[in-house]
Ligand binder design. Structure first.
Ligand code: HSE
Length: 393
């Protein structure tokens, strides 16, 4: 596609679509222009000329002059349909839909191979941090041991406001919604689903292993209470929602869980909607990537970066899948956790390998101990709002 102007057909004009429009307009010298934007509701008032818009997806998918389809909609099924049709029609595709991508990675991998067209999705994971391309291009499978970090801007914003400004959870969540960081359904953020989709994508690019989102345990910050906040503060710690995938003994494990983070940890100083990713590899120890993880222009700039990469015929090579020595997925790993509850009948302490600390008061109780991730995943008791967990470093 070198030296030509590429015509873009965009699906969706929400926070990210508008962010892309703004970034595109302010970037001089980019050889790309918007030809059409497909939207659902033609009656909504929009800040740009109505001639851009259509409600007919085929005006983009069937237009031979459109080179690149940019998929930025909320509806997972419709997004998959759009992306697969575009790939089958021989169009390059850029997407930011983490859920759709995470749930359909094997099919999307296949579609790219069959149709010999690129599909790029840097904006889907950690927005402005170029993590997928780094995992693809720089890190050799055998050397990388772990990808760990903050992959959700909304929950990091909420936790920052709680710990740094003493805001209530509800007020901080409202702000994250008003600023366009949160998902339309914010439980996806606060219960840890959104970062789970992202870690499933990162895991594939880090280790070459396809994992279904439902195999990965996620527990968010929705049960965090004042007692937990005080517990963290007394230990000079903060709380961050951490997504992790880690290779050990030929297998790879993954989860999304709230962690107690000490001041010396690089993730401690990742605030507001910023995301931070720590990579651990055999000879370099830790490397740290940080950047805005949510918001229109931060995400739009990652989409634009993918569009310009297409101008140079960039595509993911998925070398680690092709090498065929990828680790298998496991939930059989031990975690040291703080478990807070109200009454003994609410939890099953027999599931712990060991307990090193126990606390009881008239209101709350907690234990610190080691438990298997698979047991946590199966634990019905975590559904009780009186029960919360934090992973200890
Ligand atoms: N709701 C997401 C977040 C948006 O807060 O990180 C960016 O993927």
């Amino acid at each position: 596609m070198e030296n030509k102007i590429i015509n873009l057909g965009i699906f969706g004009f929400g926070v990210v679509g508008q962010g892309l429009y703004e970034v595109l307009n302010r970037t001089k010298g980019i050889n790309a222009r918007i030809k059409k934007i497909c939207i659902k509701d033609p009656n909504k008032s929009r800040p740009i000329d109505s001639s851009y818009f259509t409600t007919d997806k085929n005006e983009i998918l069937e237009d031979p002059t459109i080179d690149v389809v940019v998929e930025l909609i909320n509806d997972t099924e419709a997004a998959f349909e759009i992306v697969s049709t575009a790939l089958r029609n021989g169009k390059a595709v850029v997407s930011a839909s983490k859920r759709m991508i995470a749930e359909n990675l094997p099919a999307l991998y296949q579609l790219q191979a069959e149709n010999k067209v690129p599909f790029l999705y840097e904006a889907s994971s950690c927005a402005s941090i170029p993590i997928i391309r780094n995992l693809e291009e720089y890190y050799d499978n055998d050397l990388l041991n772990a990808v760990e970090g903050i992959c959700n801007g909304s929950t990091n914003y909420i936790l920052t406001k709680i710990f740094e400004e003493n805001l209530s959870f509800a007020t901080a969540l409202q702000q994250a919604q008003d600023l366009g960081f949160a998902e339309t359904d914010p439980t996806l953020d606060i219960e840890g689903y959104d970062p789970k989709f992202k870690i499933v994508i990162l895991l594939l690019h880090a280790f070459g292993t396809f994992v279904k989102p439902e195999e990965v345990f996620n527990f968010g910050i929705h049960h965090l209470n004042d007692f937990d906040i005080q517990f963290a503060r007394q230990r000079n710690c903060t709380v961050k929602l951490i997504a992790q995938c880690r290779r050990q003994n030929g297998s790879v494990s993954a989860y999304v869980l709230p962690h107690l983070i000490r001041e010396h940890n690089l993730l401690y100083d990742v605030y507001n909607e910023y995301n931070g990713i720590l990579l651990e590899s055999a000879f370099t120890d830790k490397q740290f990537f940080v950047g805005k993880g949510a918001g229109g222009t931060a995400t739009g700039s990652a989409v634009l970066s993918d569009i310009s990469a297409l101008l140079y015929n960039y595509r993911y090579e998925y070398k680690k899948i092709k090498q065929n020595n990828q680790p298998s997925f496991t939930n059989d790993v031990k975690l040291k956790i703080y478990l807070r509850y109200k009454t003994p009948d609410q939890v099953d302490l027999a599931e712990f390998f060991n307990i090193s600390e126990k606390y009881e008061s008239s209101e709350w109780r907690y234990v610190v101990g080691t438990i298997n991730l698979q047991k946590l995943r199966e634990a019905g008791w975590l559904k009780n709002k009186d029960v919360n967990i934090l992973v200890l470093e």
